[in-house]
Design a protein around this ligand. Sequence first.
Ligand SMILES: O=P(O)(O)OC[C@H]1O[C@H](O)[C@H](O)[C@@H](O)[C@@H]1O
Length: 613
Amino acid sequence: MAETMGKIVQNLSSAQCCQQTRQFGSQYQRDQYAQFKNNSLLFQRRKLTWTGISAMQLHNMSNISQRVVYCNASPSATAVPSLEKVDFLKLQNGSDIRGVAVDGVAGEPINLTEPVTQAIAAAFAAWLLDKKKADSSKRLKISIGHDSRISAQKLQDAASRGIAGADFDVVLYGLASTPAMFNSTLTNNVSFLCPVDGAIMITASHLPYNRNGFKFFTNAGGLGKADIKDILERAANIYNGFTPEYFKEAERKASLSISKVDYMSVYASDLVAAVRKASGNIEKPLEGFHIIVDAGNGAGGFFAGKVLEPLGAITSGSQFLEPDGLFPNHIPNPEDKVAMKAITQAVLDNKADLGIIFDTDVDRSAAVDSTGREFNRNRLIALMSAIVLEEHPGTTIVTDSVTSDGLTTFIEKKLGGKHHRFKRGYKNVIDEAIRLNSVGEESHLAIETSGHGALKENHWLDDGAYLMVKLLNKLASARASGQTGGSKVLTDLVDELQEPGVAVELRLKIDQNHPDLKGGSFREYGEAVLKHLENKSESDSKLQKAPVNYEGVRVSGYGGWFLLRLSLHDPVLPLNIEAPSNEDAVKLGLAVLSAVNEFSALDVSALVKFVQQ
Ligand SMILES: O=P(O)(O)OC[C@H]1O[C@H](O)[C@H](O)[C@@H](O)[C@@H]1O
């Protein structure tokens, strides 16, 4: 059995990527597949063989497996790799690590190799050991999960060697969601080897198939920027000290310390229990509801079979539940228009009550009501605020900076709450909500327009599945109190949200090699652009600077507003404009353009196009 499970883990990514019969509807899909075909040659060279087991068969097999399987088959490095020089700090992406794990995209060489991964995992173990010094007598364990990416298995194997080499136990969850990984540090269940001391999620969220990365958790939550920097610095040292003996020894230790657990079943059953509890302990509180899931071929497919069906919902018409790291149907991203159109169409075609869509690693989500009305961005925040403010009257809702003025009016005037519009970035909003509570301002919800949302009642974990559970609770309790009308109970909650006639986001790139930067960083340049825009706006009588603002330059005028800010990660100034009409939006666009036009390293072509429409 142990050997079989070792094989299953080994073959998972080949199974996901070797489906031969594909039909591609768009150029995006054809491009992805062409790139994949090149990559599959690489896979063959690395001797990952295709055994003919489909991803769904694997899924079914894992369902009948024992809870804990000890894998004696070690993840093999096959040969001692030759090491290239690596700038580890370049792999930091805020509070995540991101890199290129698969060849095939021009101009994007691999920088997340197996040795780099092994060093990063060993560095996380070392970091964790420092944090847990108090009980260092016990052997620590780290869980590893991954999304559906085609590089998942090789990175999982390398991470396992890194952790085992540091004398930790490794618990493999296979295909998992990011929030489940955090949850595994909290769950008390020895037969599933929980709680673990630390958890690693291998994911690059919605990014293209060639990327991958890591998120790290302890029972205190996700690691922040400073911790990630610390881990990457440790990883660079570990990497520089690698020797052939080290690799051999890590491989030997890995063969002794890896177990496999079906943790997603534990996590899913917690979600099921939460909905049952909210409905007054009804076994099937969603009986009769037709709810469609679109997992975008990421890790969220479990939600249909392991959450909705046990609660009694019909899930027929659900789509893209099978993991496929080439994402052949649409990008798994609730912010993506094509993705939202796909779930909306599925709801309408199937005359379903509700549609639910997740991003690749299920930390983000959105929904669609039975009429095809989308609950994403400001509307999802409004809906979640309505639910949370019913439970906690007057509480503060923390959001990111690009939320609309209509949302503020809705939260404050209609719902009687307080809207704290903070900065972009899921970690920023979560940390701010935690800070507010610590200084005596009650907050129960931190949520971004991107679909990241975290509740105090759920350990401030940003969990797309849990957000959807809150919607299900509402459906179930409405049903229990005799209301009919399906998802109308949700739609009614946001019917007074004022929405702008026009809402756009334009992303203006800074050319980092442009002489106008005069050798400075793109951040300094971006700050100079923002300062200039702020000064110009102050001298324009038709514009008013937002009295409270935590990021970039936010200005009202012409019945709407704009926000220009620096991207969290990229050399980009994202510009959001919302206005009652196109004409007003163009006036706001022109006000920005007249201020930023003289910055020759800034690509304003998207803005020029917008104002000329
Ligand atoms: O600043 P931007 O480029 O718009 O990116 C902002 C986004 O970055 C990442 O994807 C984070 O996970 C999100 O929480 C954040 O909203």
